[in-house]
Ligand binder design. Structure first.
Ligand code: SF4
Ligand code: MG
Length: 317
């Protein structure tokens, strides 16, 4: 069957475990084939939970997850199998996600053994090919994860994720645990692979300069919900939601902008608990421009201009 044009990810995710109830709420996102959607927000805002919902590592109790128009929200493990190989995830900390007692060649071969139809020899060849794709040497296959640097371990994690030729790869803070000097190498590798293998990415990060560099579109999350979504450059140059404005104002501006430096907006207070979110607009206790209506009425994510959505009663757009 021909591949469809888009991945749709429907509304209102929440996860079953008590700890995670409403960690993600009322989110609606669509990821277009071939694009990189950047997902940003402070830690604890639900980015990682959403990421795991997207690849169905967590169950979704409300709403819908569509993959090329097919509803995979409630699919059983067996029903998910054909989708599993097409939806992959790269985790923040490769040391935690790679079994230390297994050779990295075996770790990369594992998805091929579980899902693929290749014989032992073909698997060995495919592993070497994957190592080459991610910039590792063929004789690295016999090493153990601890014999590698953080950057090399993340290359192993990426090789595992692309082993089955996925369509969508969710990258959860793929470079946050790495030295700054290594981050750019991994970002470049991901960009190369995206082009070569026609991958679609959801790229999660709290480092906005990385997200700006890699994303076509971005979605800004606050307390489990998307508060702004739009083309990356448009949102970065003129964020419309007060929370996005604060988040983006904290990024050091390298280029000299006409009119001088951007003023940094410091938010007061901590991120409230997602288990007991504020009434109305969830951002209102910290919003510098909140008005009385904001505490009462929850703003919906509304399209204000082509492709630009904002959830605010008083957006600057
Ligand atoms: Fe601020 Fe009100 Fe907009 Fe919420 S709805 S972001 S509180 S102005
Ligand atoms: Mg996280």
């Amino acid at each position: 069957r021909a591949l469809g044009k888009r991945f749709s990810i429907g509304t209102r995710f929440s996860s079953e475990g008590r700890r995670l109830v409403h960690a993600v709420d009322n989110v609606s996102l669509t990821v277009q084939r071939g694009e990189t959607l950047g997902l940003v927000g402070e830690s604890g805002c639900g980015k990682s939970t959403l990421a795991r919902c997207l690849v169905r590592l967590y169950d979704i109790t409300e709403g819908q997850l569509l993959f090329e128009g097919e509803d995979i929200t409630g699919k059983s493990l067996a029903g998910l199998r054909p989708f599993r190989r097409r939806l992959q995830m790269v985790f923040q900390d490769p040391s935690a996600s790679l079994n230390p007692r297994r050779r990295v060649g075996d770790l990369v071969a594992e998805p091929l053994r579980v899902h693929g139809k290749l014989g032992a020899k073909a698997i060995r060849e495919r592993v070497v090919e994957l190592f080459d794709l991610v910039g590792l040497l063929p004789d690295h296959v016999v090493r153990y994860p601890h014999e590698f640097s953080g950057g090399q371990r993340q290359r192993v994690g990426i090789a595992r994720a692309i082993a089955l030729n996925p369509d969508l790869v969710v990258l959860d803070e793929p470079v946050s645990a790495l030295d700054v000097s290594v981050q750019a190498q991994i970002v470049n590798l991901l960009a190369d692979l995206q082009e070569k293998l026609k991958l679609t990415y959801v790229f999660i990060a709290h480092d906005l300069s990385v997200v700006r560099q890699v994303s076509n579109r971005i979605a800004v999350m606050y307390l489990g919900s998307i508060v702004e979504e739009g083309p990356s450059e448009a949102v970065f140059s003129a964020p419309a939601h007060p929370y996005s404005q604060a988040l983006i104002s904290a990024v050091p501006v390298v280029e000299t902008t006409p009119g001088g430096r951007r003023r940094r907006i410091i938010l007061s207070g901590d991120v409230p608990s997602p288990l007991n979110p504020p009434t109305g607009c969830r951002f209102h206790p910290r919003c510098p421009v909140a008005q009385e209506r904001c505490a009462r009425e929850r703003p919906a994510l509304v399209e204000h201009k082509a492709g630009r959505k904002v959830a605010c009663h008083f957006p600057t757009i």
